[in-house]
Structures are given as C-alpha cells and as structure tokens.
Design a binder for this molecule. Structure first.
Ligand SMILES: *Cc1c(COP(=O)(O)O)cnc(C)c1O
Length: 407
C-alpha cells in the first residue's frame, strides 16, 4: 500500500460535510479508522465473540487467542522485551492513572519530587498532582524555552536525588515538539528516579522502541492510531509491574481467593480485572498491522512533511501566530489569528467542510504559558494530503477577509 491510495481505505473520509468534501485535520484528538480495522471488529463479533481466559469451548479459545495475539502485536510494535509487560487499558489516561496511583503512591514520601513539564496534557498532570497531594511529594516543572522546547541543561537542574518519578510527553499535542525522552530517561535513572512517557501523540506517528528509550512506563491510546476508542496499553518493565498493587479488584485478576484475603495473578493480568475490551484489543491489533504494513518511518516522514508544508503556507496568512518550535516537530500546527477567536476560526471553516480543533487542548497551564485563552490546531495523519492543507489555508484566508469586512 502506498501513501497515495491510503485515503480510500477510510470510509468516513468519502463524505461531504456542509456541502464540501470533508477535510479532517483533527487526528490529534482522534484518528479515523480504516476499513480493515472496522472489518476486524465486525468479524470478531460475527464469528469469534466469547469471554476470554475462561471458555473451554472453541469460541472462548478463539477470543482468547485474538485478545492475547493483540498483546503480542503491541509488544512488537513498541519494542517491549516481554509480552507480560503490556497491560491493556482504555487509553493513555487510564495507563497513567494506574502508575500514578499504584506505583507512585507506594514509593513517594513527603518531600520527594515528581518532575513533569508545563506542556503536559491534563492526563499526565492531574494524576501526578493527586499523587503529590496524597503523599506530600512536591510537583516540579522542567522550564520551557521561549519556543516551547526543553533544554537538557534544564532537565539536569530540575531532576535531583530527591526525584522519585519523572513523567513527560514524547510529543506535545499543542506544540508538536518531539522531546528528547531517551536523554531525559538517562538523567532520571542517574538520579535514581523512574520515568513514564506519555506516548499518546508519538505512538501513532513514529517508530517507538521502549527498550531503546529505556523508559520504565509508556502509555498510549488506540483511538489516535486508527484503532477503536476504549483501547490502548500501558507498558511497564516486568519487575516494576509485578511489584505494583492492582487498583481494580474483581474477576480475572486473582490467583487465590479466600474469605478474608486474596492474592493476585502476575502482571499484566492483575491489572485487567473484569471482562476486558476484547473487540478493542482486536481492533488495536488490526490497526497495528495496518500501520506496520505502510511502515512507521514512511508515516513519520509523511506527517512531518505535511506539517512543514502547512507551516510554510500558514505563515503567509495575515495576522497569524504559530506556536511551538520551528524544528524537531511532528504532524500538527497550533495557531491563532489576530482578528478572530480560535473557536470562531474552527466554526467558520467547518462551514467549508474542514475539521480542526479549538480550545485549551486539555493543556490549561500551557495555554497560560502561551498567554492564550485558546488556540486553534490543525493536525495531520497518513490520510491527509497537500490538497487538504491548500483548502485549509485558503479557508483561513477567507476567514480573515470575512472578519475584516465586518469590522
Ligand atoms: C490525547 C492525549 C492524552 C489522553 O489520551 P486519552 O486517549 O484521552 O486517554 C494524553 N496525552 C496526550 C499528549 C494526548 O494527546
């Protein structure tokens, strides 16, 4: 499959919205789903549906094989050493909460430090705030450069021997910047801290290898990488996962149950209490096959090229501010127009069938840092083309002209 006929694989993109062919530029919020993923979920429900890990019957075995097969695919996709290091979750938020609640609260003491950055999504900020409040630990921030990037010298200064936990995003969902997570992991480990990487925006767009980064935890969502909502995974180093207490209790996660006490299965099963999202895992596995067949390096190149093209075209729009560094970024561009509120931009161009995001992007502290109450964001994925960007930029120009004419 080449990148040019990929668009045809996405049924949703074949429609008109408000009388115009749809241009979907909001993949950083959620991606669209290719036919192979939709079909895999349909096929699972039509042929194999049963509960996992219990059935002695044939469908039970098929469902279990499909679910556990998806775990193998995730392991390979992110380069984990062992399949037991992959915990299925509802997405990035659930994965981070598991680490911040189970792992972090068991190791943090008063005065210990948790280090994050001001560019974190609320999902990689509030769980740490809560962990700090519960344990008396201190939440510290690595400062940002003026363009929103991180300097390793600042990382060296912020992470100290009192730091127990570091949590950073690989790619910012607002600034588009790719953070030097491997180097940050090395600094964290040198100081005796563990590190979690928020992989929500990196996993869909680039080749990821958790062993190469040497992170302790890595969380991502399926829905931003062509898989269904409610799917995702948390990677954790095996020895850490097996030391962690579950935070959800019930069926499937137990080893022995007695009247007054119980014991847990090994990881990852101790964290997968109750009937899991089997169809979600099947869909995630199909999405991984789809992305892998195209090749993550090709997708990465495509998305970066589109973002660079968009930045170039957008810079010529009157009164535009583009946020984030000009280098080392992936497929999204966040911006504001002088004359028009971000929400109005998104609403006006929606009339021309173009979908972008406007708001605080679940990053209120970062919005304050940018001195913007809201921003607009166009984000790109493998099914977008230069023609999409041309229509989007033309529409931005029309918007500016329209607002100038009514002043
Ligand atoms: C989307 C996103 C999240 C949250 O993902 P959910 O799928 O909503 O759990 C976390 N971090 C970043 C950087 C994101 O873009």
């Amino acid at each position: 499959m080449t990148l040019t006929d990929i668009r045809d694989q996405f049924p949703i993109l074949q429609q008109e919205v408000n009388g115009h062919p749809l241009v979907y530029l909001d993949s950083a919020a959620t991606s669209q789903k290719p036919r192979v993923v939709i079909e895999a979920i349909k096929r699972y429900y039509e042929l194999d549906n049963a509960n996992v890990h219990r059935g002695v019957h044939t469908l039970g075995t098929r469902a279990t094989d499909a679910y556990e097969g998806a775990r193998d695919k995730v392991q390979k996709f992110i380069g984990a050493a062992h399949r037991e290091e992959i915990v299925f979750t509802r997405g990035t938020t659930t994965g981070i909460n598991l680490v911040a609640t189970s792992y972090a609260r068991s190791v943090l003491k008063e005065g210990d430090e948790i280090v994050i950055t001001p560019m974190e999504h609320h999902s990689n900020l509030i769980p740490w705030q809560q962990a700090a409040l519960a344990t008396g630990a201190v939440l510290k921030y690595i400062p940002l450069q003026e363009d929103g990037s991180i300097l390793l010298a600042d990382v060296e200064k912020t992470i100290t021997e009192r730091t127990r936990m570091v949590a950073v995003t690989y790619v910012s969902n607002v600034l588009g910047v790719v953070n030097p997570v491997k180097e940050i992991a090395e600094i964290a480990h040198r100081n005796g801290a563990k590190i979690l990487i928020d992989g929500a925006q990196s996993t869909p767009h680039m080749k990821v290898n958790v062993q190469e980064i040497d992170c302790d935890f890595y969380a991502f969502s399926g829905h931003k990488m062509c898989a269904p909502t409610g799917s995702g995974a948390l990677y954790g180093k095996r020895e850490l996962l097996n030391k962690m207490e579950p935070i959800e209790f019930g069926g499937e996660m137990i080893d022995f149950v007695e009247l007054q006490s119980s014991s847990w299965k090994e990881a990852p099963y101790r964290f997968e209490g109750g009937t899991p999202n089997i169809a979600g895992a099947v869909g995630l596995g199909a999405a991984i096959d789809f992305l892998s067949e195209i090749g993550m390096d090709a997708i990465d190149k495509h998305d970066r090229r589109l973002a660079a093209y968009a930045m170039e075209q957008m810079s010529a729009v009157e009164g535009i501010t583009i946020y984030g560094p000009s280098r080392n970024r992936t497929g999204l561009v966040t911006f504001n127009l002088d004359e028009v509120h971000a929400h109005d931009v998104a609403t006006v161009i929606d009339n021309e069938g173009i979908a972008i995001r406007a708001g605080h992007h679940c990053c209120q502290p970062l919005m304050r840092w940018l001195k913007a109450s809201a921003t607009a964001r166009a984000s790109f994925y493998l099914y977008n083309t230069e023609a999409d960007i041309d229509r989007f930029v033309q529409s931005l120009r029309n918007t500016v002209r329209f607002f100038q004419s009514i002043e």
